[in-house]
Ligand binder design. Structure first.
Ligand SMILES: N[C@@H](CCC(=O)N[C@@H](CS)C(=O)NCC(=O)O)C(=O)O
Length: 214
């Protein structure tokens, strides 16, 4: 068995804690019962200090023995291949899980991240608001008729979609009861809670190391 390592930053400011995307991979490993460790690259110099592992200077990336893989979605798919807990082996259910993983990234997060960025930048008139509302309404329409996105059970697609949707500003953008119930349901899973509290603890430990250093 090769060693699974999730790579993240060695420290981040308060704001992103609990939301750094290494959480997606931690959460997936917890759901799958996979043994993993977490290691980090320095926050200072992150734009260029790990370009051979992540060409955009971001985290996370994953190593699995010889294999190194960047993009949280690609890492999630890699982990999903290791465990039926994340992705059913039935061909149709698997295809539907992959479909919703791509939809979370390419139809929802593709809109939500730029919208969120304009929001926190204090833009007076967020030009992406209509697009964002439309996408969330369309998803609400899907979620009002089902508990899970694929295969009538929790899959990696729910993990990713809920992670995209649980951002507080996204969650507060309009009243969408089915989506809210979905996010609450998926993030109520013990594996999410463990991954989330582990990430918070990881950066809290980093605070102590930093205090000693500076
Ligand atoms: N598409 C990438 C996005 C990764 C991303 O946005 N990572 C953030 C942390 S959650 C990051 O590294 N930010 C630091 C920076 O961009 O300087 C993925 O899903 O892995």
């Amino acid at each position: 068995m090769s060693e699974l390592i999730i790579w993240t930053l060695d420290w981040v400011p308060e704001g992103p804690r609990g939301f750094v995307r290494d959480l997606r991979l931690r959460w997936a490993c917890e759901e799958a019962g996979l043994v993993y460790s977490v290691r980090s690259i320095p926050f200072e110099g992150r734009e260029t200090n790990h370009l051979s592992q992540q060409p955009f200077g971001q985290v996370p990336f994953l190593s699995d023995g010889e294999l190194e893989i960047f993009e949280s979605g690609a890492g999630l798919l890699h982990l999903a291949r290791k465990s039926e807990n994340l992705m059913p082996r039935d061909l149709i259910a698997e295809a539907k899980t992959v479909q919703w993983i791509i939809a979370a990234l390419n139809s929802i997060e593709m809109v939500s991240v730029p919208w969120w960025f304009l929001e926190i930048s204090g833009a007076k008139d967020n030009g992406l608001a209509d697009w964002m509302a439309n996408r969330l309404d369309q998803l609400e329409n899907v979620l009002k008729d089902r508990e899970w996105l694929s295969a009538d059970r929790f899959t990696a697609a729910d993990l990713l979609m809920a992670d995209v949707l649980r951002v507080p500003k996204v969650r507060a953008f309009g009243d969408r009861p089915a989506t809210e119930a979905y996010v609450a349901r998926v993030t109520d899973r013990p594996a999410f809670k463990k991954a989330h509290s582990d990430q918070l603890a990881y950066f809290a430990t980093a605070d102590e190391a930093r205090r000693e250093q500076y």
